[in-house]
Write a protein that binds this ligand. Structure first.
Ligand SMILES: Cc1cc2nc3c(=O)[nH]c(=O)nc-3n(C[C@H](O)[C@H](O)[C@H](O)COP(=O)(O)OP(=O)(O)OC[C@H]3O[C@@H](n4cnc5c(N)ncnc54)[C@H](O)[C@@H]3O)c2cc1C
Length: 452
């Protein structure tokens, strides 16, 4: 079985490793770095900078923990080195693993030249054509830039120019209040920028539970973030030392820099889809079935290209499932990915994480649920750590007690949600959570309490 994978982000990387372990001859084609956009521009660098910002915010609360006030200063050069160092470590670790497993890494740009034929334009030089029994397209996505904006990498930035930024912006205007936008607001505010956020609807994080979104808005307002709600950006005027973003309601906001965070576009141009008869949607995604197969059964798509949940965690899992399917393991007990049960997190302050059915969603569906909520302020560990903002909310079925979902707002929410995710995936009941013997004092105790 020769399996060719185009794109070495989370989906491609995982598929290549799993298929090689299962005995396939694997060629992994990557034109940039192993680890993909997730490693170079998205998850890894953003969370690395947020970790630095978190330490700054914690230092600002030093007096709460009995210290004299601390005033840390950001060393942008050192921060940049740290971000690149993490990226390099991950690249070498993944490259070593791939080589150890016998995956052939081809540095270059791949495309389909027919249903079973892949062309690789090598980065160094030369072109190669190889036959494949199965192909995975895992080429990811890139930032969406509106026609009225021109990204110059100096004052007008896309998310790809923010790690590290050329300077810590004095006054940053962020366009877009989805997950990426709010994470950037939090990150740059923590690092010292004045921040304005353009929110096209009446709530930040429009897809999230309103109570969760409102907790974040409260924090932003307390930290001096300016929220322009109900405003859609329609233009950017660049001056010598400043930029002004114009909105459709006549308002405008000036800053030293603008960051555009309005979503992403799948990387499907130039992939040779037509040559292989693979269809794509108008938005550029390659639609797939529950095995991640495109309309051409031996050509798969996974990760952001597949138009499912655009998360690295989902891409990793899809890659794993694709490899199993390619190697025929789906005939054994094979569970499809249930995207409705994917946990996700937003690395703001307070941190936000959720999984499964949300309270607002159940209400909209007219579904009967039981909701229990416990504030962090009632948890001893939160008080000990000096950060008791937030709450834990568990949604369950009133008839059976089965945990259907949960939302956590507060410190370490991204870690804690895994417990709820496990409960949702394994159909555990609230009593199972309530009777688990968690550590004391620990934030996880709030989960057991919310489940009582
Ligand atoms: C700012 C930001 C922060 C994020 N943070 C998180 C997070 O914390 N957690 C999370 O789960 N998700 C996060 N995401 C989403 C996550 O980054 C994506 O869902 C994930 O990277 C998708 O993985 P992928 O495998 O589809 O491809 P990608 O990571 O996009 O990688 C695709 C790879 O394919 C390569 N490629 C493309 N075309 C070709 C070609 N023709 N030939 C060869 N190679 C090619 C590219 O060079 C790239 O390396 C974030 C996104 C953004 C924008």
């Amino acid at each position: 079985m020769r399996f060719v994978v185009i794109g070495a982000g989370p989906a491609g990387l995982q598929a290549a490793q799993t298929a090689a372990r299962l005995g396939a001859e694997v060629v992994l084609v990557e034109r940039d770095v192993i680890g993909g956009a997730a490693n170079l521009w998205d998850c890894v660098p953003s969370k690395a900078m947020i970790a630095t910002g978190a330490l700054v915010s914690r230092a600002h609360r030093a007096e709460l923990l009995g210290l004299f006030p601390l005033q840390p200063e950001v060393d942008l050069q050192a921060l940049g080195r740290r971000v690149r160092d993490i990226e390099q470590r991950l690249v070498s670790s993944w490259t070593d693993q791939l080589e150890h497993q016998g995956v052939r890494i081809a540095h270059g740009t791949g495309r389909l030249a027919g249903p079973h034929r892949v062309v690789i334009d090598h980065t160094e030089a030369g072109r190669e054509e190889i036959d494949a029994d199965a192909v995975l397209l895992a080429t990811g996505s890139y930032p969406r830039i509106p026609a009225w904006a021109e990204v110059d990498g100096e004052r007008v930035l896309s998310t790809r120019q923010a790690y590290p930024p050329p300077v810590i912006p004095e006054r940053l205007v962020v366009i877009g209040s989805g997950v990426t936008g709010v994470e950037f607001v939090h990150m740059f505010r923590s690092l010292g920028s004045e921040v304005s956020l353009i929110v096209s609807r009446q709530q930040v994080l429009p897809q999230k539970d309103p109570e969760v979104a409102s907790a974040l808005e409260t924090d932003f307002l307390e930290r001096g973030v300016q929220l322009l709600k109900g405003a859609r950006a329609i233009g950017i005027d660049s001056g010598e030392k400043s930029v002004t973003v114009r909105c459709d309601d006549g308002r405008s906001v000036e800053g030293s820099h603008v960051l555009i965070c309005i979503g992403s576009v799948p990387t499907s141009d130039g992939l040779g889809l037509e040559a292989a008869g693979v269809v794509r949607t108008q938005s550029g995604h390659v639609p797939v079935n529950h095995h991640c197969q495109s309309n051409v059964p031996h050509i798969y798509a996974a990760g952001d290209l597949s138009g499912r949940l655009p998360l690295a965690s989902v891409a990793f899992s899809q890659g794993h499932k694709v490899a199993e399917h390619v190697m025929g393991l789906h005939t054994r007990e094979h569970r499809h990915l249930d995207y409705d049960k994917a946990a996700s997190a937003i690395f703001t302050e307070p941190e936000i994480a959720d999984v499964g059915l949300a309270e607002a969603e159940a209400f909209a569906l007219g579904r009967k649920i039981r909701v229990t909520k416990v504030p962090y302020a009632a948890n001893s560990r939160a008080l000990i750590d000096g950060d008791w903002r937030g709450f834990v909310k568990i949604v369950s079925d009133p008839a059976t007690g089965v945990v259907l979902g949960g939302s956590i707002v507060g410190a370490h929410a991204a870690e804690l949600i895994s417990v709820v995710a496990l409960a949702v995936t394994a159909n555990l009941r609230v009593v199972d959570l309530a009777e688990s013997l968690f550590v004391h004092p620990a934030l996880a105790e709030a989960l057991a309490e919310a489940a009582e």
